[in-house]
Design a protein around this ligand. Structure first.
Ligand code: PEP
Ligand code: MN
Length: 348
């Protein structure tokens, strides 16, 4: 159910309605506050319980009560920060590497599309770490459009990730494509990635929700914000509060780029959800020449970090070579991003 307040509702009105909604559900967790077109919306999770909206409809501050099912509550906003007046954000902690996503610093995750061999990955991890990246990305299991394309090294790729992590001392983010692989992916990684094509793979979402490693949930390439937050809700509702959203571009009518990076979704998320959001400028543009511009735009627009593809020899990369930055290009980008971070009062 959603209780939509009128635009004149005061802070006191909001507090009263929240209190009444908590009385109905018996729990703080089941009531979350959103903003929609300048009005306050109070989402109430009823879990199928019968409910009489009369007492809410009677209040002057209530515009309407929408009794349809609420898509998400845990992924919703947690109100306004009294110090800054901005919607409150809840950082995701990655304790294994002492990193917080959604806090003061932008968190950069960089590495090849796929784990290819140990020497290249070791070199990339060293460069990434020296430039200020906190996590190394690289798929051991790759979701490819064609079954004839390189599918990743599988379990051998996980072993390489694990050795590189131990040697270089950098965090690892890598993708799990099926529920049965979540355990072993979680053993070698600090963050488990759910790819765009799996955003609504509900058994997979439930499985990552039942373990505690942070999850990077990429936006489905045709998903609305509500569908994306609904997918996050599956993970949160299983008990894992550590969900980081990742905008990676959506399908539109544009043919000039692989996907269209939806920068506008960043402030829209801030209005509706407390979850941190990072941006993938690589899969969205599909072109290394455009990655730096979109990376800078993303952090200027309020993203909490980036997921970027880099490789020692991009033209030899076994997947996504066109969109992959060389180590030198990545270093240049990091140099520029540090000044943007400084101007924004944040760090890298
Ligand atoms: C990836 O980041 O490795 C990937 C496959 O991206 P996406 O799921 O966004 O296509
Ligand atoms: Mn890729």
């Amino acid at each position: 159910m959603r209780i939509i307040l009128n635009s004149n509702a005061t802070a006191h009105d909001v507090a009263v309605v929240i209190g009444m909604a908590r009385d109905v559900t018996g729990s703080r967790e089941k009531v979350r506050v959103d903003q929609l077109d300048g009005r306050v919306v109070i989402n109430v999770l009823l879990n199928g319980e019968p409910f009489d909206p009369t007492e809410f409809n009677r209040l002057d501050c209530v515009e309407t009560v929408d009794e349809s099912e609420t898509v998400y509550v845990l992924a919703g906003s947690t109100g306004i920060d009294p110090d800054t007046g901005d919607p409150r954000k809840i950082p995701v902690e990655i304790p294994s590497i002492d990193v917080s996503v959604g806090g003061h610093d932008f968190i950069i995750m960089a590495g090849p599309c796929a784990v290819e061999n140990e020497d290249d990955l070791m070199l990339t991890a060293r460069i990434a770490k020296e430039s200020g990246a906190k996590l190394l990305r690289g798929g051991a299991f790759k979701p490819r459009t064609s079954p004839y394309s390189f599918q990743g090294l599988g379990d051998d790729g996980l072993k390489i990730l694990s050795r590189v992590r131990a040697e270089i001392g950098i965090g690892i983010i890598t993708e799990a494509m099926e529920p049965g692989a979540v355990g072993k992916v979680g053993e070698v990684s600090d963050v488990i990635q759910i790819g765009s094509r799996n955003m609504q793979n509900f058994p997979l979402l439930l499985e990552v929700g039942r373990q505690s490693k942070p999850v990077l949930l990429k936006r489905g390439m045709s998903a609305t914000l509500d569908e994306w937050l609904g997918a996050a809700e599956y993970i949160l509702n299983e008990g894992n509060p550590n969900v980081i959203l990742c905008e990676r571009g959506i399908r539109t009518f544009s043919r000039h780029s692989r996907h269209t990076l939806d920068i506008g979704v960043i402030p829209a998320i801030r209005e509706r959800s407390g979850l941190p959001v990072i941006v993938d400028p690589s899969h969205s543009t599909g072109s290394s020449s455009r990655v730096p511009a979109m990376a800078k735009a993303a952090i200027a627009a309020g993203a909490d970090g980036l997921l970027v593809e880099i490789h020692p020899h991009p033209n030899r990369a076994l997947s996504d070579s066109f969109q992959t930055l060389s180590h030198e290009e990545f270093n240049n980008l990091m140099f520029e991003m540090k000044s943007i971070a400084k101007a924004l009062g944040r760090g890298i």
